[in-house]
Design a protein around this ligand. Structure first.
Ligand SMILES: [Zn+2]
Length: 120
């Protein structure tokens, strides 16, 4: 529990949520941890994969680098995120099916298992 077991929790997604204007409308963009790591941490190539231990380590690196960063440093990071194109998701790269397991929980058009969508 916050304040007892640990001092406080921080949602990194809030630090890396970027507000921009597109066609006159304000929009907020959030990015997968994998994309933030690839874009903002030096030396991270395109082969970043989801491993809990790596995710934790990379999250701490991002926090140490950007958790208390100045507005100008954060703005630079946000601009980098806006300009970089995220890699397609693992599910998309495997056409939403891997080893006969349907990965289209949120994409009904690609569903092969007939289970209800997770979208709602
Ligand atoms: Zn399915």
């Amino acid at each position: 529990m916050e304040g007892i077991d640990f001092k406080r929790s921080i949602d990194l997604a809030n630090i890396f949520t970027v507000t921009s204007t597109y066609k006159g409308k304000e929009q907020k963009s959030t990015y997968a941890l994998q994309h933030v790591v690839q874009t903002l941490l030096p030396g991270k190539g395109k082969n970043v994969v989801h491993l809990a231990s790596d995710d934790a380590l990379n999250s701490m690196k991002l926090y140490n680098q950007y958790g208390n960063a100045s507005d100008s440093v954060l703005k630079q990071a946000h601009n980098k995120l806006l300009k970089s194109k995220p890699q397609p998701s693992w599910a998309k790269r495997h056409d939403y099916c891997y080893e006969d397991v349907c990965l289209a929980g949120y994409y009904e058009a690609k569903c092969r298992c007939g289970q209800p969508s997770l979208k709602n």
